[in-house]
Design a protein around this ligand. Structure first.
Ligand SMILES: Nc1ncnc2c1ncn2[C@@H]1O[C@H](COP(=O)(O)OP(=O)(O)O)[C@@H](O)[C@H]1O
Ligand SMILES: [Mg+2]
Length: 387
């Protein structure tokens, strides 16, 4: 058996599952902690501990049984990670960086401090403070409100365009409020780093959003941008991972605005939705790269083998109940269509149930097959046909 440390992952969702799959060829022992063993990573990990990654005691008890601790979600108890580090455990990403990233307000302040381009923002304590700021003209419409903690997949983000949105959409809780960006493209770069200081980035990808669910619908790699823009994105991603002193992966989400400026939106110090395609389209997958980064192994080649388009398989908006995949066989007939089902038992509107990567000789071909997949493969439920 290779001489690997015992690695613990906080979280056992789909990202955890795909980390376990990447660890399997090396027989690397990966343990997961989450609320229930029937979560996606449960059947794929070396060992599973039941616990709540938001609870200090649970994280501490789990971490003490490991040599190295990593995450697949950022909303974990960072105080326990600090304690584990003090006890001599290796923790990647560093709890210090994680504590900043978990809070969208601190994250924005970090960009300002390190002169990383991002949209102008202010921090406001609650809904009342936002309403006052609007009245005092310290805040003007349109703007985007983001709750500082606990948001994900578009939850915790409110786009406030007009007075009706002010009345209906404002969210409670401490918030980061930022200027609305006139978005030309949403782009992302996944970058990796190890303790010996190697840094490598994957090709920039372009994200196309579903305007209703605010979730990524198609992800296109490589992005249709100039080589100069790609270089700028890559350099920024490398600068940010180094400034945070992170080992493992950092996914950096960017906006390209209509005037051609590149702005950083947010980062995630873990495998990311915008890197799923690398499993099927690059020499090294983002998951293998995360393991290489946290274990201080040489980073793998990030070279793309083929153009790729990734489609998220989201729960159909009209169904809640035991999941059924309609149209799977038709999709599997298409060359280059790679289906990944996460193993969640129940579907809900817009829940991430899986993804499909289409690889082809050209982006156009991959896109047209991805559209076919999107129109054919439906995540529904047979038992309870309507919500
Ligand atoms: N300042 C902004 N201007 C315009 N659109 C935005 C802005 N911030 C976020 N959005 C839109 O909302 C989406 C989700 O916001 P994001 O901060 O990435 O939150 P999440 O944690 O849910 O991914 C973005 O991908 C983008 O489409
Ligand atoms: Mg985002």
């Amino acid at each position: 058996m290779p001489n690997f440390p015992k690695v613990g992952i906080l979280g056992a969702g789909q990202l955890g599952k795909m980390l376990c799959q990447a660890a399997s060829p090396w027989e690397l022992p990966l343990y997961c902690m989450d609320k229930a063993i029937d979560f996606p990573a449960g059947p794929h990990c070396t060992g599973f501990a039941e616990g709540d990654f938001k609870k200090y005691d649970d994280v501490l008890a789990f971490g003490r049984q490991m040599d190295l601790i990593t995450i697949e979600i950022e909303h974990v108890n960072t105080e326990a990670l600090v304690a584990l580090e003090k006890e001599g455990k290796t923790v990647h990403p560093s709890p210090k960086a994680l504590a900043i990233i978990k809070d969208k307000g601190l994250q924005k302040q970090f960009y300002t401090k390190h002169q990383i381009p991002t949209s102008p923002f202010q921090l406001l304590d609650n809904k009342k403070a936002i309403l006052e700021a609007i009245l005092d003209r310290r805040l003007s419409l349109p703007f985007v409100q983001k709750t500082r903690t606990a948001g994900y997949d578009g939850k915790g983000v409110a786009v406030i365009r007009n007075q009706a949105d002010v009345t209906e959409k404002l969210l409670e809780g401490p918030s980061m409020v930022e200027e609305m960006v006139d978005i030309e493209k949403e782009l992302a770069v996944i970058v990796a780093r190890n303790e010996r200081g190697e840094v490598k980035a994957f090709d920039p990808v372009e994200m196309e959003f579903n305007p209703v669910a605010n979730l990524v619908e198609f992800l296109i790699c490589p992005a249709a941008i100039t080589s100069q823009q790609a270089e700028e994105l890559t350099q920024l991603a490398k600068k940010i991972i180094t400034a945070f002193d992170i080992c493992g992966l950092l996914a950096v989400e960017f906006f390209l605005n209509k005037s051609g400026e590149i702005l950083v939106n947010e980062v995630a110090p873990r495998p990311h939705n915008s890197g799923h395609h690398t499993i099927d389209s690059a020499i090294t997958s983002q998951y293998e790269q995360h393991l290489r980064g946290i274990l201080n192994l040489p980073l793998g080649s990030t070279k793309a083998v083929q153009p790729a388009v990734m489609v998220n398989l989201l729960g159909h908006p009209d169904f809640t109940g035991p999941v059924h995949y309609d149209g799977l066989e038709e999709c599997l007939q298409l060359e280059g269509v790679k289906v990944h089902i996460y193993g969640k038992a129940m579907t809900k509107p817009y829940r991430k149930m899986g993804h499909v990567t289409v690889v082809a000789d050209s982006i156009e071909e991959a896109k047209s097959k991805a559209r076919m997949v999107k129109d054919t493969l439906k995540v529904v439920s047979k038992e309870l046909s309507k919500k």
